[in-house]
Design a protein. Structure first.
Length: 150
């Protein structure tokens, strides 16, 4: 027996196929029986005079072919999702590698700058001390001025 979920899952296709097979069926009659197999078969029997077994076989064939179509579509979607995930991982790996290279480059430049500053201080200790003192003095004056305004 066909379950309510199976019937609802392929309802639009089933409704179209029933109307193709038995043209006397109206949308209202089919919609009233939606989801209830016994009611659907009863409506078709009364309206068309077809045998119950013939109707059930036809509906079963439509539902099962619809289910296999849905399963094939689901498998295709799953396959495409897997391929998309692989591509995202490839791009993420490439981006991560590029970021790591960028961080490495920045770290190298900072290290070079530190070494240059250390060399400069060793070669010119007095000038370095005067620049540091002047910078501190200037910063103190600016902070003092800003505090007075507030």
């Amino acid at each position: 027996m066909i379950t309510r979920e199976e019937l609802n899952g392929v309802w639009h296709d089933l409704k179209g196929r029933l109307q193709e097979r038995w043209g006397d069926l109206t949308d209202n009659e089919l919609t009233q029986a939606k989801g209830n197999m016994n009611q659907l078969v009863g409506v078709i029997e009364r309206k068309t005079g077809a045998a119950r077994r013939e109707i059930e076989t036809f509906i079963g064939d439509v539902v099962h072919s619809g289910s296999s179509t849905v399963n094939r579509a689901a498998e295709a979607v799953q396959q495409y999702a897997g391929q998309a995930q692989e591509r995202v991982q490839e791009y993420a790996s490439a981006a991560s590698s590029a970021m790591y290279d960028g961080y490495e480059n920045v770290a190298h430049r900072v290290e070079e700058g530190y070494e240059q500053a250390a060399t400069c201080v060793r070669q010119h200790p007095m000038e370095s001390m005067l620049v540091t003192f002047g910078t501190g003095l200037l910063a103190g004056v600016m902070v003092s001025l800003m505090l007075r305004r507030n």
